[in-house]
Design a binder for this molecule. Structure first.
Ligand code: SF4
Ligand code: SF4
Length: 171
């Protein structure tokens, strides 16, 4: 019994002189990793056009069904979402929507400060989600690689890699 008490006191004494791991949030912000799954944004491609082509894949992949999209089309045939809503009251920040997106439009950023007093404020519309930049993929343009107006041959696109040579693996 005495031994346990002494070892407990020794541990307390040792921790007194160690650097504290707590931080004074919110004055002091924690460092979160760049791939942290925080709030969700809709990004634009390098030409400034919105990347989302309203394919509904993110909505289908979402396990809690919190994404609502209404698709429409421009005169040049490019699809985009007329409405895009995420209900963050239900979102579990799983990242499945970002994984499913073929155009890298929907991305998760490290912002975790999304608390609101009113429930209605947790419903984000397209205006709340669409940002003015390309997010984590500054050079990627889905439209130039797979849009309806693509004219280049397969493998000749700006972002295409040269074909792999299987003989390069031979000893
Ligand atoms: S992070 Fe997960 S739960 Fe949230 S919108 Fe995306 S798929 Fe749905
Ligand atoms: S965000 Fe991506 S997956 Fe969702 S509708 Fe737009 S293009 Fe499709």
């Amino acid at each position: 019994m005495i031994r346990e008490m002494i070892s407990g006191m020794a541990l307390t004494l040792r921790k007194l002189f160690e650097r504290p791991v707590t931080i004074q949030y919110p004055e002091q912000k924690p460092d979160v990793p760049p791939r942290y799954r925080g709030s969700i944004v809709l990004t634009r491609d390098p030409s400034g056009e919105e990347r989302c082509v309203a394919c509904y894949l993110c909505s289908a992949a979402c396990p809690v069904d919190c994404i609502t999209i209404e698709a429409t089309e421009r005169e040049d045939g490019r699809r985009y979402p007329a409405a895009f809503r995420i209900n963050f009251l239900r979102c579990i920040m799983c990242g499945m929507c970002a994984e499913a997106c073929p155009t890298l439009a929907i991305q998760m950023d490290p912002n975790f400060e999304m608390g609101e007093v009113r429930q209605q404020d947790m419903i984000y519309e397209k205006d709340d989600l669409l940002i003015n930049g390309p997010g984590k993929y500054p050079d990627y343009s889905f439209w130039e690689e797979a849009g309806v107006a693509v004219t280049h041959a397969l493998g000749q696109g700006r972002q295409d890699q040269p074909p792999a040579d299987p003989r390069s693996n031979l000893p």
